[in-house]
Design a protein around this ligand. Structure first.
Ligand code: HEM
Length: 483
C-alpha cells in the first residue's frame, strides 16, 4: 500500500471512530434527559387493570417480566392514578432506598394518612424521623428482645396454641397472636376482654386500607375512619393514665415508657410528645407489624405443608431443642440462636411471598438512573418482589427451597425488610416471633390443609381462604400410631 492510500485509510478510520464516539455520547446524553421507557396505557386508568388482574392470580410475575423484557429493569407505567417508575434490579433499588431524604422520600397514599394518623413514623421526615426510627429500633433490638420481650412472646404464643383443636383458620389465629404480642410490647397489656374488643374494632381499620378510599363512595372506608377514631380514643385513655403514673415515677418497660422518656414528658413542655402524637405513633406500629408478621406466619406454614421434607427437617431441629427442656419451659435466647434451619425457612418464606412486594417513593429532584432521568416529583416503585424472584439473582428463584440458605450467607439481593433509613425497625422482633411460633407449632401439632387454598397478591399477599387447616396434637397422633 502506498503512503497516500495508508494516510487516507488512517484518516477515514479516525473520522469513523470519532463519528461513532460522538453519536453514542449524544445518544446517552439524549437518553439522560428522557424518563425511563414504558407504556402509560389508557387515559386515567393507565395499566392499573392489567396490574390488578395479574396480582389477583397465583402468578403475578408476567406483569413485571414482560415489561422488563421490553424496556429494561427500570420502566415507566401508569398505575393507581399516577405515572410510576418501576425499579426491578437490586442496585437501583438499593440506591433509591439509601437516598431516602436526599433524592427520594417515602410516599404513601392519603387514604393511609387518614387511617394511621399524621404523627405516624411512616409520615415523619428529616431529623424527627431519624430520632423516632432509632427509638423504635432501640426498643425492638436483640438485647431488649433477649432480656425482656422473648418471655412474653413465648408465653402468648403458647397460650394461643393451647386452645387450638380441629379445624382452624390459620391466618385469623396468627392475627390474634400478633395483635396480642404487639399490645403487650407497646403498652404492657395482657390479653383480656379490652384487648379482644379493641382487636375487633382495629380489624375494621385494616379493612379501610384495601377499599376505595373515598368516604362518599365506600361504606368500608367510612367504617374504617370511624373505627380509627374509636381505637384512638381507647388508646388515648391508656396513654393518659400511664402518663400520670409516669409522672409519679411509676415505670414500665415498654414502648410507651420509651416514648415518655425520650421526650422528657408532656407535649406542653415543648420537646415531649403530646398524647395525640403518641397515639398516632402507636397506631402506626400496630399497623406495621400486624398484617406483615401474621401473614408471614401463615405462609410459612403453607409453604412447609407443600414441602414435607422441610417439615421433617424443622421438626428434627425443634424436637432436639425441646428434648433438653421440660414441656412447659419457655424458650430462651440460646434456643432461638440454635434454630439455623428455622431461619432458612423464614428467609425463604419472606423471599418467595414478599409480604411487602415493594415500597413507594417520590423523587424530590431530577435523578439520573441507568442512563435515563427520573423527573422530579415522579412516583417510584422499588419492587422487592421482582428482585427476589429474578432468576438472575437466585437459582430456581420461583421455587420454595429453604435449603438454599444453607449454601450461602450472601444476602446482597435479599431485602424483605427494605433498606436505607426506613429499613423495617421490627425485623428482629418479627423473626423472633416467627421462630417461637414455628417452634410451638411443630413440637405440639401435626396438621393438614382442611381444603384447597391459594395465594393471591392483591390487595395484599395472603391466601384466599385464610388458610384453613386441621390440627392434631402430636402426642395423640403418636398414640394412635402405636395403637
Ligand atoms: C415479617 C414481618 C415484617 C416485614 C416483611 C416488614 C417489612 C417492612 C418493610 C419492607 C418496611 C420498609 C417500608 C419503606 O421503606 O417504606 C417496613 C417498615 C416498617 N416496619 Fe416492618 N415489617 C415486618 C414486621 C414489622 C414489625 C413486627 C414491626 C413492629 C415494630 C414493624 C414496624 C415497621 C415500621 C414502624 C416501619 C416504618 C419505618 C419507617 O418508615 O421509618 N415491622 N417494614
Amino acid at each position: 500500500m502506498d503512503y497516500v492510500s495508508l494516510s487516507l485509510l488512517i484518516a477515514l478510520s479516525l473520522s469513523a471512530i470519532t463519528f461513532l464516539f460522538f453519536r453514542s455520547t449524544a445518544a446517552v446524553s439524549r437518553r439522560k434527559h428522557r424518563p425511563p421507557p414504558g407504556n402509560v396505557g389508557l387515559p386515567f386508568i393507565g395499566e392499573t387493570l392489567q396490574l390488578i388482574s395479574a396480582y389477583k392470580t397465583e402468578n403475578p410475575e408476567p406483569f413485571i417480566d414482560s415489561r422488563v423484557a421490553r424496556y429494561g429493569s427500570v420502566f415507566t407505567t401508569h398505575v393507581f392514578g399516577e405515572r410510576t417508575v418501576f425499579c426491578t434490579d437490586p442496585e437501583t433499588n438499593r440506591f433509591i432506598l439509601q437516598n431516602e431524604g436526599r433524592l427520594f422520600e417515602s410516599s404513601y397514599p392519603g387514604s393511609i394518612f387518614n387511617l394511621v394518623g399524621r404523627h405516624s413514623l411512616l409520615f415523619m421526615r428529616g431529623p424527627l424521623h431519624r430520632r423516632m426510627h432509632s427509638l423504635t429500633m432501640s426498643f425492638a433490638n436483640s438485647t431488649i428482645i433477649k432480656d425482656h420481650l422473648l418471655v412474653d412472646i413465648d408465653r402468648l404464643v403458647r397460650l394461643n396454641l393451647d386452645s387450638w383443636t380441629g379445624r382452624i383458620l390459620l391466618l385469623e389465629e396468627a392475627k390474634k397472636i400478633t395483635f396480642e404480642l404487639t399490645l403487650k410490647q407497646l403498652l404492657s397489656i395482657d390479653p383480656c376482654e379490652w384487648t379482644e374488643n379493641l382487636r375487633k374494632i382495629y380489624m375494621r381499620v385494616i379493612e379501610g386500607f384495601f377499599c376505595i378510599p373515598v368516604p362518599m363512595f365506600s361504606a368500608t372506608y367510612r367504617r374504617a375512619l370511624q373505627a380509627r377514631r374509636k381505637v384512638a380514643e381507647a388508646l388515648s385513655l391508656v396513654v393518659k393514665e400511664r402518663r400520670s403514673e409516669w409522672e409519679m415515677g411509676m415505670k414500665k418497660n415498654d414502648m410507651l415508657a420509651a416514648l415518655f422518656d425520650s421526650g422528657g414528658g408532656g407535649g406542653d413542655g415543648g420537646f415531649g410528645f403530646s398524647d395525640d402524637e403518641i397515639v398516632d405513633f402507636l397506631v402506626s406500629l400496630l399497623v406495621a407489624g400486624y398484617d406483615t408478621t401474621s401473614t408471614t406466619m401463615t405462609l410459612a406454614v403453607k409453604f412447609l405443608t407443600d414441602t414435607p421434607m422441610a417439615v421433617a427437617h424443622l421438626k428434627e431441629e425443634h424436637d432436639e431443642i425441646r428434648a433438653k427442656k421440660a414441656a412447659s419451659t419457655a424458650l430462651e435466647w440460646e434456643d432461638y440462636k440454635s434454630m439455623p434451619f428455622t431461619q432458612c425457612v423464614i428467609n425463604e418464606t419472606l423471599r418467595v411471598s414478599n409480604i411487602i412486594s415493594g415500597v413507594f417513593r417520590r423523587a424530590v429532584t431530577d435523578v439520573d438512573i441507568k442512563g435515563y432521568t427520573i423527573p422530579r416529583g415522579s412516583k417510584v416503585f422499588t419492587s422487592l418482589r421482582a428482585v427476589h424472584l429474578d432468576l438472575g439473582n437466585f437459582k430456581d428463584a420461583r421455587v420454595f427451597d429453604p435449603w438454599r440458605w444453607q449454601k450461602t450467607s450472601d444476602t446482597t439481593n435479599f431485602m424483605p425488610f427494605g433498606g436505607g433509613p426506613r429499613r423495617c425497625p421490627g425485623y428482629e422482633l418479627a423473626r423472633v416471633a416467627l421462630s417461637v411460633f414455628l417452634h410451638h407449632l411443630v413440637t405440639r401439632f401435626s396438621w393438614e390443609p382442611a381444603e384447597e387454598d391459594k395465594l393471591v397478591f392483591f390487595p395484599t399477599t395472603r391466601t384466599q381462604k385464610r388458610y384453613p387447616i386441621i390440627v392434631r396434637h402430636r402426642s395423640k397422633v403418636a398414640k394412635q400410631c402405636k395403637d
